[in-house]
Design a protein around this ligand. Structure first.
Ligand code: B12
Length: 226
């Protein structure tokens, strides 16, 4: 019965520009929270977005049009909280912390993604242009599709243009200096990062077709600098 549920879920998410992004059966080290109703979680399903599909759905929403605070989070919560009960699931979210739920770790359990040199996760098709918006907690153990096979694209990327593209060297091979990044994006010198999106992220050769349009890129960068 579960492929049917997952198909139905994917169809429910699609009009909102949201995608089913894999799932996993939690083990103790996964730090999956208990459901509010106290039931044990047997399946976690990841919901996210990739490329430009989410943007028209979100910008048509009242949360965006009225410039509500944390509009994307509020929109996500309304949409996903509206869908989850129809599947007997409870939703949890990557925002609202700290503490933050370990969505990137969960994503690596569920989806074909790996940590990139920029620390955000890279996907073989979408590159760095994808995100996770919610996870659904199911009591039933759903049969899940196999995690697609694939190799981390960064291992075959000798030049690593992402690490060289940041104007203020906010990225090293092991760390991201978010304070330095934010200070630059807020300054006149950081105008290109603000209006076209993170230059390091854009330097990645993978998934270029999934890059954000300038309006979406700027919206995310403005949300980042606060
Ligand atoms: C706090 C936060 C930030 C902070 C600080 C980020 C930082 N690097 O210091 C700020 C505000 C700066 C930020 C900015 C952005 N963020 Co942010 N952020 C988060 C948030 C809410 C929590 C991250 C966290 O603290 N994780 C720590 C623990 C709780 O999570 P975790 O899964 O266990 O994390 C582990 C893995 O990353 C793992 N890991 C790291 N390296 C390695 C290596 C190996 C080999 C392994 C196995 C594991 C591993 O270890 C981490 C610690 O346990 C997440 C959402 C979430 N709940 O995860 C989004 C998130 C990471 N951000 C995201 C994005 C897109 C961005 C921006 C690009 C947004 C923008 N402006 O466009 C920027 C740029 C950040 C960048 N280049 O790194 C996405 C990344 C999606 C993706 N493709 O991976 C996330 C997942 C949110 C989402 N909705 O999808 N972010």
């Amino acid at each position: 019965m579960s492929p049917d549920i997952l198909d139905r879920l994917a169809r429910g998410l699609a009009p909102h520009g949201l995608l089913f992004r894999g799932g996993f059966h939690p083990q103790p080290g996964d730090d999956v929270p208990a459901r509010a109703d106290g039931a044990r979680v047997a399946t976690v399903v990841m919901i996210g977005n990739a490329g430009p599909a989410l943007w028209p759905a979100f910008t048509g929403s009242p949360e965006y049009r009225t410039r509500q605070a944390h509009a994307l989070d509020a929109w996500t919560r309304r949409v996903v909280d509206g869908i989850a009960p129809g599947f007997g699931a409870e939703a949890c979210y990557p925002f609202g912390g700290p503490p933050h739920l370990p969505f990137q770790r969960w994503a690596m359990r569920a989806d074909t993604v790996w940590v990139s040199p920029l620390q955000i996760l890279v996907h073989p098709e979408f590159g760095l242009w994808h995100a996770y918006r919610a996870a659904l907690l199911f009591v039933d153990r759903l049969a899940l599709p196999e995690r697609a096979a694939g190799a981390r694209p960064c291992d075959a990327c000798a030049d690593r243009p992402c690490l060289a593209a940041c104007p203020v060297d906010a990225f090293t091979a092991t760390a991201y200096d978010s304070a330095r990044c934010r200070e630059h994006v807020r300054s006149d010198a950081g105008r290109a990062c603000l209006t076209t999106g993170c230059l390091a992220r854009q330097a990645c050769p993978i998934g270029r077709a999934a890059r954000h349009a300038p309006s979406q890129a700027e919206w995310h960068m403005r949300a980042f600098i606060g």
